[in-house]
Design a protein around this ligand. Structure first.
Ligand code: SF4
Length: 293
């Protein structure tokens, strides 16, 4: 199988001194020649931006759709799931840092898997959809867009499992191809995103609204971390937002956190999740699911 050179990236512009500005996510990294952006998988090669992750998934599996998690989309179906290295957030509590903080060796990239190969494998294994998941799919958006277009043409659905931290310009290309999404809402405050994720909440909420308003199937996951995003006022503020901008039937997942990466807080007690579910059900939310318990 042919191994192509590093794929040309979309969503960037040239700047002075052969630097480039990546416009794929709200970090807008300025990248010097020979360097990668924060996500580690978009490289400035001679004054042009390349997507190192394109065609190089490092995690490929067939999963039950419920594992994404999607509770109300094609239940009982199998989804062909791909992920690469790289992430555009810096969550200190990352539950999957071997992929999110992993890097490619440019001298020895893993086997090339073209979008056509992904579709062929998905169909051969009887999957009904392709999922862009495991790490943050935004950082391999070019690969996801090309694969998703082919998947649709071959009768497969497309599933996005994302942190929603993407620019509107890139979402314009990716989101119309998506049939169902699970977006992480990591904690309902700007301070939480700033201090623990090195990012901002507002673009995430914009992505959630955009998917919802365009009629996509959307579910939302909140990893609950004791002492950081499990306070009653914050949980109610989140329910307020969902009630105002979405509706009370949108599936909301609350998952238990396990100590991982740089955070050493004790794991989330089951009682905390039960309490959150009760808050939501008392307010009339119909689809609250608990995970990792
Ligand atoms: S996608 Fe990567 S390189 Fe581009 S702005 Fe975001 S973190 Fe930086």
């Amino acid at each position: 199988m042919k191994t192509p050179s590093i794929h040309a990236a979309r969503w960037w512009q040239a700047e002075d001194s052969l630097c480039v500005r990546c416009n794929l996510c709200p970090r807008f990294c300025r990248i010097k020649p020979g360097w990668t952006g924060f996500c580690g998988v978009r490289a400035n090669i001679g004054g042009r931006l390349g997507s190192v992750a394109y065609g190089h998934p490092v995690s490929v599996n067939i999963d039950p759709i419920e594992k994404k998690p999607l509770a109300r989309f094609m239940p009982g179906s199998r989804t062909f799931s791909i992920g690469t290295f790289g992430c555009n957030l810096s969550c200190s509590f990352c539950q999957n840092d071997s992929l999110s903080r992993g890097h490619y060796d440019l001298k020895s990239l893993p086997r090339y898997v073209a979008p056509e190969d992904v579709i062929e494998l998905a169909l051969r294994h009887g999957c009904q959809s392709v999922s862009y998941t495991y790490n943050e799919p935004t950082v391999f958006a070019e690969y996801a867009v090309d694969t998703a277009a082919l998947a649709s043409a071959n009768g497969l659905k497309n599933v996005l499992v994302s942190n929603g931290y993407i620019t509107p310009e890139a979402a314009d290309a990716l989101y119309p191809l998506i049939d169902a999404a699970n977006i992480d809402m990591k904690g309902f405050s700007e301070e939480f995103y700033r201090s623990l994720c090195g990012a901002s909440l507002e673009p995430v909420l914009n992505s959630i609204r955009r998917l919802y308003e365009s009629g996509k199937h959307i579910e939302i996951t909140n990893l609950v971390i004791p002492g950081h995003n499990d306070g009653e006022p914050m949980i109610h503020a989140w329910f307020d937002w969902v009630e105002k901008h979405l509706d009370k039937d949108v599936p909301l997942h609350f998952s238990a956190y396990h100590p991982a990466y740089r955070m050493r807080v004790e794991r989330t007690p089951r009682e905390t999740l039960f309490k959150i579910r009760q808050y939501g059900e008392d307010r009339g939310f119909t689809s609250i699911f608990l995970g990792n318990i």
